[in-house]
Design a protein around this ligand. Structure first.
Ligand SMILES: NC(=O)C[C@H]([NH3+])C(=O)NS(=O)(=O)OC[C@H]1O[C@@H](n2cnc3c(N)ncnc32)[C@H](O)[C@@H]1O
Ligand SMILES: [Mg+2]
Length: 430
């Protein structure tokens, strides 16, 4: 019985072992009376050689193979330092599952074309590596959250109100009324803490953002936590411990994939607590000292954050934002009512915000006032206000954009490459 192995399992020390492989033709070339195939599967690649001398039938079939043909191959392992992985399989059996005459993706394909055929592009080893790193980051998050006593919950996606501003809501018909696609699970997590105290969710969040930046999607994966009895400083510690664990585990388990995207791992290795912390005031001072035209009270966009990240070689916090640029649910700073107890985590190397978090307003009347100040209707948030009527407690939480974390870890030039099928204002297909 021949063992079926993965491409990455084929090692020089297996010299002489007969193996069976199943995969797709990634590269092909002919030299003399030999056909060299680079076979691809989910583990990686391995060189497979068909020679007329060893098996003429298999050799003739191999000559006809097109790129991305699906095949099952049997052969004998041979150590060869010239092969891409140091070993190759000398094939004597070839079963062609489906021969492909023409595969539309070529080496010079444009980013827009690759997105048009994203369903075919997913199979590329680079895209597969991105998805493996993303999966490992989520696996690591689960590991850390479990050991730190956080409960996973499953909040609704069909909702009736805005969390992060009405201008980015997707509205849809819901029987005889309307609903929205969730911008953030936060408000529902806040309800869950009165029973579970420490909760988290990983859900798609939706933003009808028209901004065409390299860090905005209209649908993204949102890792959100909410903790009862926690203030802003408590939740910032949770954030840095969680992000540190995720990044270090990714370095431990997916280093080879990460190194295909970035050689310098310094900022990833630096992602260990405590992360640097600067106030919004300090951030404004830094930006102004670097010639950025920004006044106190203004929000920092991607460009301003990019400049700010030049000051750091690790993820860092900016805390104490002006109330006027932050959401209604954020608690006023008791020491300075012009500010709120909010903190963003920014990734270095120009990536900027990966986490938005805050301590929540836990006083009923103050929350009603903030809702009215924002031009919203308290009646739309009556259930949310009820949480401040029946045993209200100090509590804080945050949301991490998973694609933004992946984009920083792998130094991708756009968050769209960090998701299976990116959704942007101009892209809804495939
Ligand atoms: N539970 C909470 O406290 C979360 C809070 N309600 C919230 O949604 N904050 S956030 O708007 O800053 O979004 C949080 C993060 O979600 C990411 N985010 C936010 N918007 C996007 C878009 N459009 N595309 C990709 N990623 C996005 C980004 O990393 C933000 O830092
Ligand atoms: Mg934010």
């Amino acid at each position: 019985m021949i063992d079926k192995v993965y491409c990455a399992d084929v090692k020089p020390e297996m010299e002489g072992k007969r193996v069976k492989l199943a995969g797709w033709v990634y590269r092909k070339r002919e030299v003399g009376k030999k056909v060299f195939i680079v076979l691809r599967d989910s583990s990686g690649i391995v060189q497979v050689v068909f020679s007329k001398e060893l098996n003429e039938e298999a050799y003739r079939e191999a000559k006809k193979l097109g790129i991305e043909s699906s095949v099952i191959i049997k052969g004998t392992v041979k150590a060869d330092p010239r092969a891409p992985t140091g070993a190759e399989v000398q094939a004597d059996k070839l079963e062609v599952i489906q021969n492909v005459d023409f595969f539309p993706i070529t080496k010079d394909a444009s980013p827009e074309f690759l997105l048009d055929v994203r369903h075919l592009h997913l199979r590329s080893p680079k895209v597969a590596s991105i998805m493996k790193v993303k999966a490992t980051l989520v696996q690591a998050a689960r590991e850390w959250l479990l050991q730190d006593g956080w409960y996973e919950v499953f909040p609704p996606i069909l909702v009736t109100g805005a969390v992060e501003g009405g201008s980015t809501l997707f509205k849809l018909k819901y029987f005889d009324r309307y609903a929205y696609l969730s911008q953030s699970a936060q408000l529902y997590l806040e309800a869950a803490i009165f029973g579970l105290e420490k909760v988290w969710s990983l859900t798609p969040s939706f933003r009808a953002e028209k901004s065409r930046t390299r860090r905005h999607l209209t649908e993204f994966w949102h890792l959100e936590l909410e903790g009862a009895w926690m203030d802003l400083w408590d939740i910032m510690k949770v954030e840095e411990e969680l992000v540190s664990y995720m990044v270090q585990r990714a370095l431990e388990l997916r280093r080879s994939e990460i190194e295909t995207f970035r050689k310098d791992l310094t900022t990833l290795k630096n992602a260990v607590p405590p992360f640097p912390r600067i106030s919004y005031d300090e951030a404004i001072d830094i930006l102004q000292s670097k010639g950025v035209e920004i006044e106190w009270g203004e929000d920092m966009g991607a460009d301003e954050e990019r400049v700010l990240t030049e000051e750091f070689e690790a993820p860092f916090f900016v805390y104490g934002y002006p109330k006027g640029i932050k959401a209604f649910y954020m608690k006023e700073d008791p020491e300075d009512p012009k500010k709120v107890l909010a903190a963003d985590m920014l990734a270095p190397e120009g990536y900027g915000e990966i986490i938005g978090g805050s301590q929540r307003e836990d006083d009923y009347d103050k929350l009603v006032q903030r809702i009215l100040e924002e031009g919203m209707n308290p009646e739309d948030y009556q259930w949310y206000l009820d949480l401040r009527k029946y045993g209200s407690v100090p509590h804080s939480g945050f949301g991490l954009g998973l694609e933004r974390l992946v984009a920083w870890v792998l130094k991708l030039d756009h968050v769209r490459w960090a998701t299976l099928f990116p959704r942007t204002p101009s892209r809804l297909y495939p």
